[in-house]
Every structure is written in C-alpha cells, then in structure tokens.
Ligand binder design. Structure first.
Ligand code: GLC
Length: 433
C-alpha cells in the first residue's frame, strides 16, 4: 500500500509541487499541498519542504495565500481568466492565482516537517517559513476579522475546501441567488451549463455539485473579481459571508503551531496579533447550539447560526480548545449510527440529514483529509481507540479501491477521481503512525 501511495505522488509530481490529480486538478492547491507535504515528509523530507515553499510564490503583498496557483500554459487560459488576479495590485507578478484562500493547514504542515528534521535543519526550516506564515495569519485577522471577534470570515465556499457543504448551499440560496438562476430553474435550462463544465466530463455528475450551483459559484467569483478581492468592498451590501466552523477550527490549531514555531526560533509575534489569536481560543462557544448539541458555522453579518448539520460540528476536536465535556458530546455523535457512526466513517454530512448522499461530493462521502483532522483531534483528547478505528477504516477504503478522491461511508464504494494526491499522502501518514 505504501508503494502504491508513493506511486500516486510520483505520478502527480510536477517538480516543485504536486497536483491533486491529473486532468481535473492541474494546478497547485493550498490545503492539498499541506496534506501532501504531511505524507511526503516520511520518505522525502526535501520534497515536502519544496512543496510548501512553492506555495509562497503565490503569496499576495497583503499576506494572503491563494487557494490556487494556476499553472502556466495556453490550455489553462480559461482558469486564469476566471480569476484574473493580475487586476489586483496586491497579486504577485508573473504568477496567476485565485483571489481567495483555503483552510490554513500550513502551520501544521510546517511543524510536521520540522519533527522530521535535526535541530539545526529545523531551525533553518522554521526561519525560512516563519515570515510568510506570520504575514498570512496577520492577513487572516486583519482582513477577515474586521470586528475583532476572534472568528475569521470566508467569502466563497471554495475557501472552506468543502465546496458544496450544506451550510454554504443554504447561505448561497438565501443570500446570493441571481435573478437569472430563477429563470434557468423555471425553464429547465440547467443541462446547458453542463456543456461548459470540466469536472462532470471526468466524474459522474451525481458525484459533483449541481449545474445551477456551479454557475452561481462562478457568479460569486465574478463579484469578488469586480471588487478586486478586497474584503471591505465585498462586504458592502452583501450578506454572503460566513464564519465557517471548519476553517476557524483549523486556524485555532494553526495558531498553536505558529506560536510553537516562533518560540523555537525565538521570534516574536506582534502583541496585537497574539491577542487576537488568544481571543479565538474561547470563541467556539459562540458557535455551539445547546438545543441540538452541535457546533455550526455562523453568518458573519446577521450572526445567526446556520443550523445545517455537517462534519464541521466535529472539527472543534481538531481545534483542541473545547472542554473535555464538549469533546465527549462530539464523540457520542461519532458513535451514533444515525449521525456519524457509518460503516466507513466519517461521513461529511450526518446519515440522518436530508442532504445526505453517499457519493455526493461534500454532502455525504468520507474523505481522508477530514478523517485525518478528526483522528488528530481525537488523539489529543485521549480517544485513542476511536482514532484508531477511523484510521483503520480509512486505510481499508484505500486498500480495497486505491487512492480515490472520496468514498461512500455506507459500502466504501470509491468515487470522484482516482490517484488523488492527498488520499495517497494521508494514507502514508496514517500508516506511519
Ligand atoms: C475541490 C475540493 C477542494 C480541493 C480541490 C483540489 O475543489 O473541494 O477541497 O482543495 O478540489 O483538490
């Protein structure tokens, strides 16, 4: 299995970085590269370092790390044209990127690589990455937490990496429904959109987001582009901004890693940023709904919890700042056969949710990266056995079918693209642990 997983990472190797998968994903993605580096470090720590360093070429002058660095070449002109990062004076010269970010797993990946290095090399490694990482976290708080709440906001579902997760589709329908979407619905012109889609030519349409949602996602990008990806401008006259639970939990953990890096190389984090990072540690309580016993994402403007259950409710385990009692409540959800206790855990939407579809992209299937985050959190809260079960079941999925993008939590059937890099990399990491 190890050799098969390494072969996938070789297949997708582009020299300085690794693509998620051939064909469908020809660019470099932010959190993909972080997960990929976490796997690579076990057998090629230099390549793992290169993977993360190459993310920095996309960094914007304000510190933002874009969710995608778009590959050169004529065949990718359409993707460059969707984002047009060159319109912003903050975007890097000579590198085309998207204008939004993705969950900040970078600090965790840097530390994981650090663990594999001798102390002198580790010091150099941290020195190399620290300035860019600090600038990124600083940007997240300055630009994405304008009211100093301790929670950062996201402006496109792609920023969460969980593209069509129910809470975001809910917000999309409520706060970003262009007039023409109604016309397309009424006249049943939806099929027409599929002519322009790349993903559904490679993967069965039932395993991706719907045509109309794909078009509205594009429309959101057009709006962000018009506003030159400036958060202030984007927030003007729009309610479509979410404090996503998964993103924020990953940030809380990343803050912990950032502090660890700073301490190890004796560098300071500016006190103002440090205060904001501390505030995030207590903030998850605000996202807890006592009635349903779950965590939810929240609309940034209205401050209403978005009560659509999803895998996000479990992510505070990974954040590591909730009480033992709360962690226990989440573990109960994991055990519950009607909620997350599937044969192949952990479904990205609870089994009893009306949204649940066993192969519906982020609306049901089991993914290795969300499992990895939950396993890590469970271990830190002392749930070794629960962590081991999810790890074993994840490996069983890969052993049976190969490194697919995602799997049915009901019968383990593979779905999405094959030879998917983070499935391979995290398989390696789970095996080595
Ligand atoms: C999809 C996924 C996202 C991932 C990207 C590349 O957009 O939803 O999480 O980063 O593909 O693999």
């Amino acid at each position: 299995m190890l050799e098969r997983a390494k072969a996938v990472l070789d297949l997708n190797d582009q020299g300085a970085f690794t693509i998620p998968a051939e064909g469908l994903y020809p660019h470099q993605w932010l959190w993909d590269s972080c997960f990929i580096a976490i796997g690579l470090r076990h057998y090629n720590v230099e390549r793992a370092q290169t993977e993360l360093k190459s993310l920095l070429r996309g960094q914007w002058a304000n510190g933002m790390l874009p969710h995608m660095i778009i590959a050169d070449g004529d065949e990718h002109r359409r993707d460059r044209n969707i984002w047009r990062s060159h319109l912003s004076p903050l975007a890097p010269d000579n590198v085309a990127t998207s204008g939004i970010t993705q969950p900040p797993v970078l600090a965790e990946a840097i530390v994981r690589i650090g663990e594999k290095l001798e102390s002198v090399e580790r010091h150099t490694w941290y020195q190399t990455m620290f300035p860019a990482l600090l600038a990124y976290h600083d940007w997240l708080y300055t630009e994405r937490d304008p009211h100093g709440e301790g929670l950062v906001l996201q402006i496109h579902p792609y920023e969460t990496g969980l593209d069509n997760t129910p809470p975001w589709i809910n917000q999309l329908r409520m706060h970003h429904k262009p007039w023409w979407a109604g016309v397309i619905d009424t006249l049943r012109l939806e099929w027409f959109i599929s002519l322009f889609r790349r993903d559904t030519k490679r993967v069965p349409p039932g395993e991706r987001i719907s045509n109309i949602e794909a078009l509205i996602y594009y429309d959101v990008i057009r709006r962000l582009r018009r506003k030159l990806y400036n958060t202030d401008a984007i927030l003007t006259r729009s309610l479509f901004a979410v404090e996503d639970i998964t993103f924020n939990c990953i940030l809380i953990r990343a803050n912990h890693c950032l502090r660890k890096i700073a301490k190890s190389i004796k560098r300071n984090i500016p006190p103002e940023l440090l205060d904001r990072m501390r505030k995030s540690e207590d903030v998850l309580d605000q996202l807890w709904d006592g009635y349903s016993g779950q965590y939810y994402s929240r609309n940034f403007v209205t401050h209403k919890l978005i009560k659509e259950p999803s895998i996000g409710t479990l992510m505070p385990l990974y954040a590591g700042t909730i009480s033992k009692e709360r962690a226990e409540q989440l573990v109960k959800l994991l055990h519950n056969k009607h909620v997350f206790g599937a044969t192949y855990p952990v479904p990205t939407v609870p089994l009893n949710s009306p949204w649940f579809k066993s192969s519906g992209y982020w609306q049901g299937p089991t993914w290795l990266n969300t499992n990895w985050l939950i396993i890590d959190g469970l271990k830190r809260y002392g749930y070794a056995q629960e962590a081991a079960i999810i790890a074993h079941k994840s490996l069983e999925l890969v052993e049976k079918s190969g490194c697919y993008e995602y799997f049915s939590p009901i019968d383990g059937a593979p779905a999405g693209v094959k030879n998917f890099s983070w499935t391979a990399a995290l398989t390696i990491d789970l095996m080595k642990n």
